[in-house]
Design a protein around this ligand. Structure first.
Ligand code: EPZ
Length: 430
């Protein structure tokens, strides 16, 4: 279990580049199940979740190799297996993305039903309803989702919620279905657009990705391609907020600012100066942070994946902010930990009322969610004193490529602790 000690009070300064998008790479790697031949995908972040997806692909009989730096090659020919190993799929929810392509390609799928996680129950009912609408027979057996479909048939599908994963599952499955599929109330995230671009590059016929109505004309087979993933908008937003929280002066490079319009607008409202030039954004905070009210929404609204991070920033604002989380049911766990650092946060239903304080104090904290972990690092960077953050590999490094080193290169004082006695605690007694 890796743990870090963050010493606060230092302004972040310098330049940092954003990696490729984790949430674009994972569905695109799952979509290689639909390919035939060798594909090369670049700007893939080197993360535990990516390595897990590569192992899932290999378990299906796909040759998948990670090549330094940030490239994955896949070779897909016939004879795919359709059973994903339980211990791999339960390590990472995103493995469930394979059900759509697997059903479309082989007509069968046997995938463990993903459990919930810290931020919510995260059912997959919308995914399954979509696959059934395409003619798949879906049933549960001993905790596994079993899918059978001789040939999928295009259909008009309305999503009860613009689920990112369900939109991706249905879009991938529909590429090889017979006839046209229309997804209504589709998710509009940039990662959906990136997946559609990859699928069209291997021969799919998808229009409307990025809008609430996506059309897919089924084709009989798909090929292979070389493809470059979009930058990670959530990592970019996390770095912007970390720079602002330390009143730093940072240039964030390789960003697509069009993917961050809601976050940029809210940060400017909070008094953060953001100078956008091409694929770079310059951040500084001339006069302190002002309170702002935020409601997380599906894209293009303010992203739920940047809600914990901006909560950390606003805990040091000059007034009271109200943050309402509408996407996940339990995404304020960071608030309990930040209170231990002196933050003034009251939770009421799906809202957090954050009254800015003059300072946060370093403390030992824990995160149970990737983005909450990033928020605690941000709070630690802005706090006085030292903040101990446990389990960073499980909850931070798995989803942010080298975040600790990127912050160190900007001057952050982040030390890896070999054991907890370095923090003055007795060695683990567990
Ligand atoms: C994707 O998760 C992202 N993960 C999440 O990022 C992100 O927070 C989320 O989209 C929302 O933007 C990946 O892309 C790998 P959803 P996903 O389906 O697809 C409910 C991170 O930190 N829902 O849009 O699982 C669900 O419970 C992660 O990188 C159903 O009810 O999100 C949730 O309340 C966290 N039934 C809401 O919809 C379903 O069948 C949004 O979920 C599917 C979803």
């Amino acid at each position: 279990m890796r743990r870090i000690l963050v010493k606060g009070g230092k302004k972040l300064q310098g330049e940092v580049s954003v990696s490729g998008s984790k949430n674009a790479a994972l569905p695109i790697l799952a979509a290689t199940i639909l390919t035939h031949g060798k594909s090369t995908i670049t700007r893939i972040p080197d993360l535990l979740d990516i390595r897990t997806m590569i192992r899932v692909l290999r378990s299906l009989g796909i040759r998948a190799e990670y090549a330094f730096p940030n490239t994955v090659h896949t070779w897909v020919n016939g004879g795919l297996k359709h059973i994903a190993p339980y211990e791999l799929v339960t390590k990472m929810r995103a493995s469930f993305f394979i059900i759509g392509p697997l059903l479309a390609k082989t007509g069968h799928a046997r995938i463990p039903l993903p459990g919930g996680c810290a931020i919510g129950s995260r059912p997959v009912d919308i995914h399954l309803k979509g696959l059934q609408a395409l003619g798949a027979k879906i049933f549960m057996e001993h905790g596994f989702v079993i899918g059978e479909a001789k040939k999928l048939t295009g259909s008009r599908i309305y999503l009860d919620f613009p689920s990112v994963g369900a939109t991706e599952t249905i879009m991938m499955a529909a590429t090889l279905a017979h006839g046209e599929t229309v997804i209504e109330n589709a998710a509009r995230e940039p990662e959906i657009v990136d997946l559609a671009a990859f699928l069209n590059k291997i021969g799919a016929k998808i229009t409307g990705a990025g809008s609430e109505e996506i059309k897919i004309q089924g084709v009989s087979s798909l090929g292979c391609c070389e493809y470059d993933i979009i930058p990670d908008r959530i990592e970019a937003g996390t770095l912007l907020i970390a720079a602002a929280a330390t009143r730093g002066d940072v240039l964030i490079k390789d960003v697509n600012s069009l993917h961050l319009e809601a976050a940029i607008s809210k940060l400017r409202e909070a008094g953060v100066m953001l100078g956008i030039r091409g694929t770079s954004i310059k951040v500084n905070v001339p006069n302190g942070i002002k309170p702002v009210d935020i409601k997380t929404l599906p894209y293009p609204g303010y992203p739920t994946d940047l809600q914990p991070q901006i909560s950390a920033l606003l805990s040091l604002s000059s007034g009271t902010s109200v943050i309402t989380e509408t996407v996940f049911e339990n995404r304020f766990m960071h608030a309990h930990e930040m209170r231990r650092m002196g933050a003034n946060i009251k939770l009421e239903g799906q809202s957090a009322i954050i009254t800015g304080v003059n300072k946060l104090e370093g403390a030992p904290v824990k995160s149970r969610d990737l983005r909450a972990g990033a928020a605690l690092i941000i709070a630690g960077l802005a706090a006085e004193g030292e903040t101990l953050i446990e389990d960073i590999d499980q909850f931070i490094i798995r989803g942010y490529e080298g975040l600790d080193n990127k912050l160190r290169n900007l001057g952050a004082q982040i030390k890896e602790l070999k054991n907890i006695s370095e923090y003055g605690y007795d060695e683990d007694i567990s």
